[in-house]
Design a protein around this ligand. Structure first.
Ligand code: PMP
Length: 427
C-alpha cells in the first residue's frame, strides 16, 4: 500500500521493538519529523496539513512555548515539595479562566502529567466525597488508559470489560434523536444511576467529555447537557467535566462546558494544556477536596514541576495574545459552512456539526435510514492522507470525520480541506 522499502523496514522495526498493542494511523503510515503551525513535514520534506492534532492546539512547536520550556529546563526542574513561584503563577492564571464557583478566589488546582491521571484523581476525590462508586459515562466514551479508566471507557471495545460500578447512557445524538434528545439524554442518565442503585451501587459521578468527541462529536443544541447534570445531581452524584479534548479554546469558549451553561464540580484537562509537553490536571471546588485532602497525601513526581508550569503559562499567553479561541470561532464557522456547501453536492454527507474547531462530519449511505458509510469514511481518510491532509474518524460506525486542527488554522488551510474533500467525493 504505497510503502517504500525504508518505510516498510521502519514499520517492521517498530513492531519488533514495541510489540503488538500499538496502532499506526493510515494504510500508508506517516513519518513526521517537524511541525510548524498547522503544517507537518515528513522525512522527505513533504508538507502535510494537520486537521487532527488536538494537542498542539497553539500550533506545532510554537516558539513561545518551546522557549519557555527551554528557559526553565536550563534553570531548574524539581517537584511540588519545594516552593516555586511559577507553579503558583500558573495556578492563578489557570483558575482565572474559570467561572466564579471554580475561579481564582475559590477553586483549587491539582497537577498531573496525563489526562488519564487527572481523571483517575478526580474519581478518587469523588469517591472520597460521595462515599459512592457508581459512574455513568456515554456508550462510546474514552476517559483514559489506567486500570480505573479503561474499565469506564467503552470505546476501547469488547476486549476491555466495563467495571461493575459503571453504567452507560446512549450518546446525545441530535442527528438521530431529534428535538426530544436533551430530555431523553437526561432520562437516560437518571435511568443509568437508578440501574446502579438497584445493584446496591451508590452514586459517585457523571463523567462526560463535554463535546462527546469519541461518541461522534455532539455539540448541539447548546445547553442540552444541563438536564443530564441535574439528573446526576438529583441522584446524588457529582458532575465531572472531562475537558481533555474541548478545553483551552477549541470550541471557541475556553471550556466546553460553558456551551451548556453548567458549572461542573470537577474539571479535568490535559492534551493542549502544555501544547505537547505532558501537562494535565484538574480544577475543583474546595469543599469537595476536604475529605480526600484530609485522608491522603498527594504527590506526583512530575506533575506540577516548574518546566511544565512554564509551558502551561506560555500556552495561556499564546492563546490570549494570538486570539486563538476567536480564530477557532471564525475559521470553524468558515469550515462548517464549507462542509455544509459540500453536503449540497455530495449525498454521502449526512450531517455537519461542530463548535469552533471541533467539528464532526458524518457520512451515511442513505440520508433517510442514516446507515453509516463506514468503509467509505475509511477510504476518504486514507485518500486524504495520500493528498497530505491528516484527519480521522469516530462514532459507533467510525463514519464521523473528526476535524480538530491546531487552533491557528487559516481560512486558506480550511479551504484546502474542503476543496480536496470535494474532489475526492466526486471521484
Ligand atoms: N479524556 C479524554 C476525553 C480523552 O480524549 C483522552 C485522551 N484521548 C483522555 C481523557 C486521556 O488522556 P491521556 O491520553 O493524556 O491520558
Amino acid at each position: 500500500s504505497g510503502l517504500s522499502a525504508k518505510e516498510r523496514a521502519m514499520v517492521e522495526r517498530r513492531q519488533r521493538l514495541l510489540g503488538p498493542a500499538y496502532r499506526l494511523f493510515y494504510e500508508h503510515p506517516v513519518h513526521l519529523v517537524r511541525g510548524e503551525g498547522a503544517w507537518l513535514f515528513d522525512a522527505d520534506g513533504n508538507r502535510y496539513l494537520d486537521c487532527y492534532n488536538n494537542v498542539a492546539s497553539m500550533g506545532h512547536a510554537h516558539p513561545r512555548v518551546v522557549e519557555a520550556i527551554a528557559r526553565q529546563a536550563a534553570l531548574l526542574n524539581t517537584h511540588t515539595r519545594y516552593l516555586h513561584e511559577t507553579v503558583l503563577d500558573y495556578a492563578e492564571a489557570l483558575l482565572a479562566s474559570f467561572p466564579a464557583s471554580l475561579g481564582p478566589n475559590s477553586g483549587h488546582v491539582m497537577f498531573t502529567c496525563t489526562g488519564s491521571e487527572a481523571n483517575d484523581l478526580a474519581l478518587r476525590i469523588a469517591r472520597a466525597h460521595t462515599g459512592g462508586e457508581g459512574i455513568v459515562v456515554t456508550s462510546l466514551a474514552y476517559h483514559g488508559v489506567t486500570a480505573s479508566l479503561a474499565e469506564l471507557s467503552p470505546s476501547l471495545g469488547e476486549g476491555m470489560p466495563l467495571g461493575r460500578h459503571v453504567a452507560t447512557a446512549p450518546p446525545p445524538d441530535a442527528y438521530r434523536g431529534g428535538p426530544d434528545m436533551p430530555a431523553r439524554f437526561a432520562a437516560d442518565v437518571a435511568a443509568a444511576f437508578a440501574g446502579l442503585a438497584r445493584h446496591g451501587i451508590r452514586p459517585c459521578a457523571l463523567l462526560v467529555d463535554t463535546m462527546f468527541t469519541s461518541d461522534g462529536v455532539f455539540p448541539d443544541p447548546a445547553g442540552f447537557l444541563a438536564g443530564a447534570v441535574d439528573a446526576a445531581r438529583a441522584a446524588g452524584a457529582l458532575f465531572i467535566a472531562d475537558e481533555v479534548q474541548p478545553g483551552f479554546g477549541r470550541t471557541g469558549a475556553m471550556w466546553g462546558f460553558q456551551r451548556h451553561g453548567v458549572e461542573p464540580d470537577i474539571v479535568t484537562m490535559g492534551k493542549p494544556m502544555g501544547n505537547g509537553h505532558p501537562l494535565a490536571g484538574l480544577v475543583i471546588r474546595p469543599e469537595l477536596l476536604e475529605r480526600f485532602g484530609g485522608q491522603v497525601r498527594y504527590f506526583n513526581t512530575f506533575g506540577g514541576n516548574p518546566v511544565s508550569a512554564a509551558a502551561g503559562l506560555a500556552v495561556l499567553q499564546v492563546l490570549r495574545e494570538e486570539g486563538l479561541a476567536e480564530n477557532a470561532v471564525a475559521v470553524g464557522a468558515h469550515l462548517t459552512d464549507g462542509l455544509r456547501a459540500l453536503a449540497a453536492r455530495h449525498a454521502i454527507i449526512g450531517d455537519v456539526r461542530g463548535a469552533g474547531l471541533s467539528i464532526g462530519c458524518e457520512l451515511v449511505l442513505d440520508r433517510t435510514t442514516k446507515e453509516p458509510a463506514t468503509a467509505e469514511t475509511a477510504r476518504l481518510v486514507n485518500a486524504l492522507r495520500e493528498r497530505r491532509i491528516l484527519i480521522s474518524a469516530s462514532g459507533p460506525g467510525a463514519n464521523t470525520l473528526k476535524i480538530r486542527p491546531p487552533l491557528c488554522l487559516t481560512r486558506e488551510q480550511a479551504d484546502m480541506l474542503i476543496g480536496t474533500m470535494d474532489e475526492l467525493l466526486a471521484g
